[in-house]
Design a protein around this ligand. Sequence first.
Ligand code: SF4
Ligand code: SF4
Length: 464
Amino acid sequence: MPESDQPNYSNEPELIDLYQKPDKIYTRSFKGYFRNLRLAGGAFLFLLYFGTAWLNWGGRQAVLFDLPERKFHIFSATFWPQDFILLSWLLIICAFGLFAITVFAGRIWCGYTCPQSVFTWVFMWAEKITEGDRNQRMRRDKGPISVGKILRKLAKHGIWLGVSVATAITFVGYFTPIRDLVPDMLSWQVNASALFWLGFFTVATYANAGWLREMVCLHMCPYARFQSVMFDRDTLVVAYDYNRGESRGSRKRGVDPKSQGLGDCIDCSVCVQVCPTGIDIRNGLQIGCIGCAACIDACDDIMDKMNYEKGLIRYTTDSELSGKKTHFLRPQLLIYTGLLVAMIGLFIWSLSSRSALELDVLRDRNQLYRTSSDGSIENTYTLKLANKDQRPLSMTVKVKDMGSLSSRSDMHFTVNAGEVAQHVVRLALPAESLDSGSRDIEFIISTDQPDIPPVTAESRFIAP
Ligand code: SF4
Ligand code: SF4
């Protein structure tokens, strides 16, 4: 066990050099229930991330954030800049979801689903298959340079780089159609902006999951900082059962620990060796713990071998550890969950009642009105219409309560699916009705599709 991992048993205050170089963490491989759970979850997330980019839907990429066209396509739905309020809403829902989960189950997001953790586990797997398990890696790093050592390191960095490049291509592929991007890359025809982001995300993935690892969780992630204030005594956390484990110490298998004045912890330090952030959970809950449960799996394995009951390290609550009842249903959790459900309901309602049409009316700014040869007064309007539907729409323009106004332009036109069209409308007031003067008017646009309600926009008719 490295010296820095040893708990401080003395009463002397511990001096910590804030600028000391952190020891490199060599994680040990392990097996167990939570590892399998994380593997299944990670495989699903990888499939989702890498697979979705290649899915097609209705003749285009199923999920595409088309920034030049300012349209976000998510399967059959297309979001326009006007819908950004929905996107903000979605982010707020995610934040509240995270709050509710944190209050209930601590850093479960960090341990199982955070991209930083998922990619770090993949990179650690690459490390293991190329350079061996913990002890082999430590020995090799301390040993002299050899051809075998260089080849192993090259293989590891090759896999890291391969995963990083695939991650970057997929990420950029959500913004530039991936079926064009990959052939463009192969024929060296990628545009400068795509090339920059490909480079950026390759370096970011390689550095974060390969080199920085726990530093991201410890020093860079804002969520790690504020989530601790959401914890209470009833939050589910990964914890060491101090009362059961102490006093810790080695013993022979089959010996009754009580007869030696010992608890169940055999002080093997395996729980520390598997920890991706290098902490000793026996020292209590720490900010570095990402709740990955690797120490649970490792310790359960030791307990099995010693014929002790599993769960010396387990998911539990502070209340349970101190012999009190855990209250899962508590006001903080109920408030977060209630708000979350209400916001999801409102979001679904806003999404389903979102109009498929968007109408803007622009008056001709150069000329307030025009007097035509027959003495009538004409006003010109540009109707800007966005068809957010998946079908081409045939539209009809009407003016509410036209009165003496008449139209001097075609009031029917078609807008293709997902397009914005401009249509100029000229309204005229006959010379004999001039005394009725300027007035507010309302344009009504209806379509040939009965399931799309008409939209309206106000403007003004100006007369001398
Ligand atoms: S793995 Fe279990 S038995 Fe071994 S040191 Fe950790 S808590 Fe103690
Ligand atoms: S202490 Fe345990 S749960 Fe926390 S990060 Fe380390 S291995 Fe994961």
